[in-house]
Design a protein around this ligand. Structure first.
Ligand code: IPM
Ligand code: MN
Length: 354
């Protein structure tokens, strides 16, 4: 099969972790005789520095004509500490999501047995925890009307959702739940927010179309608590953009490290595969960042964008083996830690030899 991939490494540790993921992608392509074609494009702070735009038109064109996008991370402290900056790296990510129509962000939360001792939660609470958070990605407060008034002394952001936007993401949630353990938790703040009340209304209208699936409703504050108290009670969780952003960072720590969780963003055009963590600028260029989230994102790319399940599985097996053998970076190492590039080499080599 021909695999035509756009690579957007971005900022901070982005280039290093994407490089490791590409080692595994190349190893898989070789092993399964796929014809791999890939091209790099600019995004984030590096794109602002070079061309003044965090998601330049050439990058968008490349994404549109590719079959999948592998994305690293974006963000740079020189913008974080300057609230007056008019162009920000994050705008590149948001523009990409909007222009590619990536309305669904799939964030699986899975634990590795050999890492359970790394979780801040007790072993019996996390052992076997396995759920998927489906985060709506192109609506809500991220994209609603925002601005300043009263000479800049009042600021506002608005959370807007349409029935159609809610329906399409809930539908995806039900489809996932149907293939998994048949439970969908709709997370909202319907006791306070009008947009959440519409979410709940739409979900209540759809529920009866999925009689095999148990629909559960949960306020976001309660969900934040239950994720750490009873992570095993979740199967598929679906929620709006910002709640999903916050809850998945929280969920990631139960697995032992934020450096482990991959994601897939899907919608109208090309799908994007990226780790859920950020650009970790303190570690940039040091060869210490954990590449596993990006490598697992590449596994999701094979499974979701190309429907190549075996290829995805071999990557997952290789990652599990590296963790079991403690060939891991300092965030999760017991004793000796390996470099980012060494972990990437080990995983790619495992795949080639398998
Ligand atoms: C994420 C990130 C982004 C988000 C930032 C970088 C804009 O935190 O992908 O979760 O908030 O969506
Ligand atoms: Mn986030």
């Amino acid at each position: 099969m021909k695999l035509n991939i756009a690579i957007l490494s971005g900022d901070g540790i982005g280039p290093e972790i994407v490089e490791q993921a590409m080692k595994t992608v190349k190893a898989v392509a070789k092993k399964f005789n796929h014809e791999l074609e890939y091209e790099y494009a600019l995004t984030g702070a590096v794109a602002i520095d070079k061309v003044g735009d965090p998601y330049p038109p050439e990058t968008h064109e490349l994404c549109m004509k590719s079959d999948a996008v592998l994305f690293g991370a974006i963000g740079d402290p020189k913008f974080d500490n300057n609230p007056k900056a008019t162009v920000r790296p994050e705008q590149g990510l948001l523009a990409m999501r909007k222009k590619l129509g990536l309305y669904a962000n799939i964030r699986p939360v899975e634990t590795f047995d050999s890492l359970l001792h790394r979780s801040p939660l007790r072993r019996e609470l996390v052992e076997g925890a396995d759920f998927v958070c489906i985060r709506e990605l192109t609506g809500g407060i991220y994209f609603g009307e925002k601005g300043r008034k009263d000479n800049g002394d009042t600021a506002f952001d608005t959370c807007t959702y349409t029935r159609a936007e809610i329906e399409r993401i809930l539908k995806l949630g039900y489809e996932f739940a149907a293939k998994r353990n048949k439970k969908l938790t709709v997370v909202d703040k319907a006791n306070v927010l009008e947009s959440s009340r519409l979410w709940r209304e739409v979900a209540q209208g759809m529920e009866q179309n999925y009689p095999d699936i148990k629909t559960e409703y949960m306020f976001v504050d309660n969900a934040a608590m239950q994720i750490i108290q009873w992570p095993k009670n979740f199967d598929v969780m679906v929620t709006e953009n910002m709640f999903g952003d916050i809850l998945t960072d929280e969920a990631s720590v139960i697995t032992g490290s934020l450096g482990l969780l991959p994601s897939a963003s899907m919608g109208i055009h090309t799908s994007v595969f990226e780790p859920i963590h950020g650009s970790y600028p303190q570690a940039a260029g040091k060869d210490i960042a954990n590449p596993i989230a990006t490598i697992l994102s590449a596994a999701m790319m094979f499974e979701y964008a190309f429907d190549l399940k075996e290829e995805g599985k071999i990557i997952r097996d290789a990652v599990a083996a590296s963790i079991a053998e403690n060939i891991v970076t300092e965030d999760i190492a017991e004793g000796q830690a390996f470099k980012t590039s060494e972990v990437g080499d080990w995983i790619a080599n495992y795949i080639s030899k398998k």
